[in-house]
Design a protein around this ligand. Structure first.
Ligand SMILES: [Zn+2]
Ligand SMILES: [Zn+2]
Length: 201
C-alpha cells in the first residue's frame, strides 16, 4: 500500500473541517449575544436587530463597502496586482495558491455567488472562462496541458470564503495537496464546474 496516499479517514477529517468552519459561520447568523434567535428569549434579553438574512438576490449588483473583491475591483486599496482587467472582470492571484498557477477571475458586478447567476450572465461566464484561459497562457502554464490538468470552478453556497462571484483557475492539478483537492473537489456539494453553472442558466 502506498503510505503517502491519503486514507479515507484523512479525507473525511478534511471534509469535516470544511463543514465545521461553515457551520460556525452559519451559527454567527443564527446566534446573537449567546441567545438562539429561534428559541424564546429569556426575560430581559432584548430582541435581536433584524439583520439576519440579507438575501443573496437583494445584494446582487450592489457593491457593499465591506466586500474585499469589490474593493479590489474599485480603488484596490490593497494594491493587488491585476493580471487582467476589463470593463466587466478582473483577474488576480489567489493569496493562498493551491498550485503553481492559481488565479481568481472576479466579476466587477457584485454577484454573491454562482447560484445567483441568471441567463443574462451567460456571456459573462463565457468571458470569465476565456479570461482565465488567457491569463494561464500569459503566465506560462504548459500550453500542451489538457483540460484535466486545469481545475476550474466556483464555490457553491453556503460554502464560499468571499461572497462575491469568482472563478478559481488552478494548474497543474498535480501540484494540489490533499486539502486543496478537497476544497476544490469538482462537482461536490461545495465546489462546482463552470459546465454545471452554465447548465443552470
Ligand atoms: Zn463584492
Ligand atoms: Zn474562492
Amino acid at each position: 500500500m502506498n503510505e503517502d496516499a491519503p486514507t479515507d479517514d484523512m479525507k473525511w477529517c478534511v471534509v469535516l473541517t470544511v463543514l465545521c468552519a461553515n457551520v460556525l459561520r452559519l451559527q454567527n447568523v443564527v446566534f446573537r449575544g449567546g441567545h438562539c434567535v429561534t428559541c424564546p428569549r429569556p426575560e430581559g434579553v432584548p430582541a435581536p436587530r433584524r439583520r439576519l438574512s440579507v438575501s443573496a438576490h437583494t445584494m446582487a449588483g450592489k457593491s457593499p463597502s465591506s466586500c474585499v473583491f469589490c474593493q479590489i475591483c474599485g480603488d484596490n486599496p490593497s494594491g493587488t496586482e491585476l493580471l487582467l482587467a476589463t470593463d466587466e472582470l478582473v483577474v488576480f492571484r489567489d493569496i493562498k495558491p493551491a498550485a503553481k498557477h492559481h488565479y481568481l477571475v472576479v466579476s466587477r458586478e457584485h454577484i454573491p455567488d454562482a447560484r445567483a447567476m441568471t441567463a443574462a450572465h451567460k456571456p459573462l461566464l463565457e468571458r470569465m472562462l476565456a479570461a482565465g484561459d488567457r491569463v494561464l497562457r500569459e503566465q506560462g502554464a504548459d500550453p500542451s496541458a489538457s483540460a484535466s490538468d486545469v481545475r476550474l470552478g466556483f464555490h457553491w453556497p453556503p460554502f464560499h470564503s468571499v461572497s462575491h462571484l469568482h472563478l478559481h483557475v488552478i494548474a497543474p492539478t498535480a501540484d494540489m495537496g490533499l486539502i486543496a483537492r478537497v476544497i476544490f473537489k469538482p462537482n461536490s456539494w461545495w465546489f462546482v464546474s463552470p459546465e454545471y453553472v452554465m447548465s443552470r442558466l
